[in-house]
Design a protein around this ligand. Structure first.
Ligand code: SF4
Length: 450
């Protein structure tokens, strides 16, 4: 496996720190035949919109596109569960030949009558882009007839990368923002953006902000509600995690409503604390917000630090690989792994840009391999060459790690374990420890032969 050669056209998207001048290529279309780990445009828009729990999500396309259901994501709702239903127009050959607009209209009307959603999102998939169904006009017609927002999401899978799907989702949500009442919203208020309530993480973060005396108007989109999104332009600040997915909406709201935004991460002690302090600084006219933030950080860290220290003693010097969707998440993860005494020897992302990779290079030690838009063979090759003992990624990286006999930690939307905030960092350390030190790996064929 270590002898695998890299496709020539991909060489510039892979960089090993300390061995060559930094001139990394990124933000390119995936190379045909490379079997990219990237997800499609439709997947990007689904990731962002699906956690809105009181909306109908209808996929206009063949049934296969709908196979990625809620049940392999973990976005929780404290109320309605409509987002867990995966609806599809199930386009067949006849529809491809004669058009699927009629089928879409009938499906929409039937589903709205049956489930009474507060809004509906209609996702265009590859084939819809090819046959040219006019989903906008169907959405307008049904919206008028049923009296709810029916929003087309232009997420034809082939037209770009997952990032284009994020943008399509933001464009759809931007149509909802500004259509609800804002009376009674506190001047000490914010929207949480790019937090999808995987395993209840948005609830943890919301609670932190509320302990600081701040009102959370809307969460985009974890445990999301249509009415909250409609009135979210009344918030004083947008706090953006997962900037790849939500910056477009934050910028749109900044231009249209003058709402400033801050980029944060809720992963790891350092970044979690920085997020709270950065937000408190924004409300400097109310010094009690900062005072409460300081108390919160002190209490939370004191509660978990002794246990983290014990894990650190066991994990010191272990080698980790990280492969994630957006590079911003990788920064927090590198810091968190370093705080546990671990070394990151391989890091990469599906959609990072050149600024992301420059920052990644600065954070990594000499010898670390940085890879953009990787394929399974590259991830396998470098994991073996670098002696990786823990791989952190998502659903598509899990089998790679297991086949190589490497411990795996899910840091994507499929997991059922909260990793955000202080309690999340403790969960993360516990999971990393159990995975890396599990005796099962001694029986893995790849380990035995290496
Ligand atoms: S690439 Fe196209 S066909 Fe495949 S899941 Fe995405 S939208 Fe559907």
């Amino acid at each position: 496996m270590g002898g695998i050669s890299i496709l020539k056209e991909r060489e510039k998207q892979i960089y090993q720190k300390g061995t060559q001048p930094f001139d990394m290529s990124c933000e390119k279309k995936s190379l045909a035949g490379s079997i990219s780990q990237r997800a499609c445009v439709f997947c990007g828009s689904r990731v962002v919109l699906y956690p809105i729990a009181d909306a109908l999500h209808l996929i206009h396309g063949p049934i296969g596109c709908a196979s990625y259901t809620w049940d392999i994501r973990g976005a929780l709702s404290s109320g309605p569960q409509l987002h867990r239903m995966s609806f599809s127009t199930d386009l067949q050959e006849q529809d491809i030949i004669f058009g699927g607009e009629k089928k879409l209209y009938n499906a929409l009307v039937t589903l709205i009558d049956k489930y009474s959603p507060n809004a509906a999102f209609i996702y265009a998939t590859c084939i819809v882009g090819i046959i040219g169904d006019d989903i906008d006009s169907v959405c307008r017609r049904v919206s008028k007839e049923k009296g709810i927002p029916v929003l087309p999401v232009h997420s034809e899978g082939f037209k770009g990368t997952k990032k284009d799907g994020y943008k399509a989702a933001c464009d759809a949500m931007a149509k909802l923002v500004g259509t609800g009442p804002t009376e009674g919203i506190s001047p000490l208020s914010l929207n949480i953006m790019g937090e999808f309530n995987i395993a209840g993480e948005a609830w943890t973060i919301r609670e932190y902000y509320e302990r600081m005396g701040l009102e959370v108007v809307s969460v985009f989109t974890g445990d999301g509600r249509v009415d909250n999104i409609k009135r979210s332009h009344g918030a004083a600040l947008n706090v953006v995690q997962c900037s790849g997915s939500m910056m477009h909406l934050a910028e749109t709201m900044n231009e249209k409503y003058g709402i400033p935004y801050k980029r944060v991460s809720y992963f790891g002690l350092e970044d979690m604390s920085k997020a709270l302090y950065d937000v408190a600084e924004h409300f400097e006219g109310s010094p009690e917000v900062m005072e409460k933030a300081q108390v919160l950080v002190r209490e939370e860290i004191n509660a978990i630090y002794p246990t983290l220290k014990r894990y650190k003693e066991k994990l010191r010097g272990k080698k980790a690989a990280i492969y994630v969707g957006g590079a911003f998440k990788a920064f927090s993860m590198i810091k968190a792994l370093k705080s546990l005494g671990m070394d990151v020897v391989l890091a990469g992302s599906q959609t990072g840009n050149s600024d992301d990779y420059k920052l990644l290079r600065n954070m990594c030690d000499d010898g670390t391999v940085i890879v953009d838009d990787a394929n399974p063979l590259e991830l396998s090759k470098y994991s073996i060459e670098k002696g990786v003992e823990l791989f952190i990624g998502g659903v598509k990286e899990r089998p790679i790690a297991y086949k190589l006999g490497i411990g795996f930690c899910d840091h994507n939307h499929e997991r059922k374990l909260s990793l955000a905030g202080y309690s999340g960092m403790l969960n993360f350390a516990r999971e990393v420890y159990s995975s890396v030190t599990s005796p099962v790996w001694q029986f893995a064929p790849a380990r035995k032969s290496s």
